[in-house]
Design a protein around this ligand. Structure first.
Ligand code: ADP
Ligand code: MG
Length: 290
């Protein structure tokens, strides 16, 4: 049975935070896998030239990804639909657009086209590029690099919603506020100045890598609650070795077959992700219901 209502399109979600190591990629892949376990079909797009998401799908960016598997030709204007870059993964229900270091080229191609091509909108390339396939998936999940790059902007503009993973520690909290101020400056200067606007259907903050034994995390959790209020999802992803071990084997908590032991911590991490995935599925349904 198809869960998406007749005529509804994929809900597109960017996972973003300009800081590295906050669990963006782990969140993106776990969310995609969790949604497939609820019966959804998902396209994941790796826009980070480091290709960590691509790696988590067992594909090595350095040797197994060429330009044609990335969004680079789209950003250079050689393609208008992202379809050329989509390939299946080992995971049932997930297709992938991969990334590799060659994708750094997009950071030169997009501004160059902006100065050369009249009417070109560098921030809408990905948005337009996925139009062709929106009808074929329930969700499109975009993993972004830890920077305010041209590709990151493209990912946000293409998205219905944003999820910002945020570990409750002081330095990550500080850089998160930079994320939001740069983000709003950006939409203001890019869009408002041109009489355009971008409304997100949802913006969620996900408490990630939560270390229950760190006394400082309670204080920072309070700051986060005060600052982001209802944006903060009522779930916490624990910091647990199980997730790191899974990643070392190119997997997530949904890939139980890939490692043994740690049954109790695994269950705790998995329950947290199930809870998170359920909340995002509700956000997706809310978009469909609009
Ligand atoms: P980002 O994409 O934001 O750079 P990653 O998802 O790559 O972050 O995570 C950074 C590192 O932290 C990876 O080695 C990953 O396996 C590990 N990690 C992520 N989430 C957790 C967690 N909840 N507990 C333990 N390790 C985690
Ligand atoms: Mg990453």
């Amino acid at each position: 049975e198809h869960l998406r209502p007749e005529g509804a399109e994929a809900v597109t979600i960017s996972i973003g935070n300009f800081k590295g190591g906050v669990s963006k990629t782990t969140t993106a892949v776990s969310l995609a896998q969790g949604l497939t376990l609820l019966g959804h079909k998902v396209l994941v797009i790796d826009t980070d030239p480091q290709g960590s998401m691509t790696t988590l799908f067992g594909i090595l960016p350095d040797t197994e990804v060429d330009e044609q598997h990335t969004i680079l030709p789209l950003t250079m204007g050689a393609e208008t639909s992202i379809r050329y870059a989509i390939r299946p993964t080992y995971w049932d229900g997930i297709d992938l657009v991969s990334a590799a270091p060659v994708l750094f080229g997009a950071e030169f191609a997009l501004p160059a086209r902006q100065t050369k091509e009249p009417g070109f909108e560098f921030w809408r390339v990905l948005d337009l590029g996925i139009d062709d396939v929106r009808g074929e998936y329930d969700a499109i999940i975009i993993d972004t690099p830890p920077s305010l790059s041209y590709t990151t902007i493209n990912a946000f503009i293409a998205s219905n919603g944003i999820i910002m993973p945020l570990p409750p520690n002081a330095l990550d909290f500080a850089s998160a506020s930079q994320f939001w101020s740069l983000f709003s400056d950006l939409t203001t200067s890019l869009l408002t100045e041109r009489g355009l606007s971008k409304e997100f259907d949802f913006i969620h903050v996900l408490l990630s890598r939560v270390d229950g034994t760190d006394p400082a995390s309670n204080v920072v959790r309070q700051w986060i609650g005060q600052t982001y209020a209802e944006k903060v999802l009522p779930v916490e992803i624990p910091k647990t070795a199980v997730i790191g071990v899974a990643a070392a084997e190119f997997g997530t908590v949904y890939d139980v077959s890939k490692y043994d032991g740690a049954a109790r911590t695994l269950k705790r991490a998995r329950d947290a992700y199930d809870n998170f995935v359920g909340q995002i599925e509700a956000s997706i349904r809310a978009v469909w219901a609009k």
